[in-house]
Design a protein around this ligand. Structure first.
Ligand SMILES: Nc1ncnc2c1ncn2[C@@H]1O[C@H](COP(=O)(O)OP(=O)(O)OP(=O)(O)O)[C@@H](O)[C@H]1O
Length: 255
């Protein structure tokens, strides 16, 4: 039987490397992310997790190797083109426009998807659709009551929710979240987990996450990155029982 489109990995990395000067920070990563799964990348500080996300989202090209999104080559493409191909990313450092309203922040992504640069001169009906879609995302990320407020006035966890909303506006099927619960209290983390679970329904999620309780409650599989290589990929339960993984973390603590 020939392979159907749905059998392709949502994201496929083969032999991906990245060097900064003489240092190979990513050392031949092979990784398949299945369509519809929620997958975490964990690993000690400096293991290369952010660099891996930068390679996938096109912030810089890999030194070698290949990256496919839904079977389509995206290696070395610009972040904009990768986004148009169906991958959206949120950042560890908040990446929102503080002096625009929450609604306006989200509308930027919706406008980009519709290819409308100068919304003012476009037919009213199209703007109405853009506004409706923006309002829908606002609702999905639980910020309806904050729509008219400046993004800069949101609380930290609301800003993270807004960022997640911005990844949704582009309509991407593959979402990359870089430490979405970093710096949150236990209650905020629990809310963020529920939000991520609901908004990524039917999508593929790849996230960097340090909090193992988040990984356990949200993710189907986990990959462990150590010194730029994948040490293991498995279910959260099997990963936490994995001797080599435990040693990689204990090694870090000991040092
Ligand atoms: N643009 C760059 N130029 C040179 N070195 C870099 C660059 N980006 C990252 N590095 C180096 O690559 C290594 C991996 O960094 P990276 O930020 O990807 O790790 P990480 O696993 O995300 O760490 P953390 O958990 O602390 O965020 C580090 O040694 C870092 O100093």
């Amino acid at each position: 039987m020939s392979a159907t489109r749905t059998e392709l990995p949502a994201l496929h990395l083969a032999g991906v490397t990245k060097s900064f000067g003489p240092i190979e920070v990513i050392q031949g990563v092979d990784l398949d992310i299945r369509p519809g799964e929620r997958h975490a990348v964990i690993g000690p500080n400096g293991a290369g997790k952010s660099t891996l996300f930068n390679l996938i989202s096109g912030m810089f090209p890999p030194s070698s190797g290949e990256i496919l999104l839904d079977g389509q080559g995206i290696t070395g493409l610009s972040p904009h083109r990768i986004n148009r191909a169906g991958l959206a990313r949120s950042f560890q450092i908040t990446n929102i426009f503080h002096r625009l309203s929450v609604f306006e922040n989200l509308r930027i992504g919706v406008l980009a998807r519709h290819g409308v640069r100068y919304g003012l001169f476009r037919p009213i009906s199209r703007m109405r659709r853009v506004n409706e879609e923006t309002a829908e995302v606002l609702e999905r990320v639980g910020l309806r009551a904050r729509g008219e407020d400046l993004a800069g006035d949101l609380t930290y966890s609301e800003q993270r929710a807004l960022e997640i909303g911005m990844t949704l506006t582009t309509g991407a099927d593959v979402i990359l979240l870089d430490e979405p619960t970093a710096g949150m209290s236990r209650e905020e983390t629990a809310e963020a987990v529920e939000l991520i679970r609901s908004v990524t329904q039917g999508k593929t999620l790849l996230m960097v996450e340090h909090d193992m309780s988040v990984v356990f409650s949200l993710c189907d599989r986990v990959s462990v990155l150590v010194y730029g290589s994948i040490l293991a990929t498995d279910t959260p339960e099997r990963i936490s029982a994995n001797r080599e993984v435990q040693e990689a973390y204990l090694g870090e603590e000991a040092s």
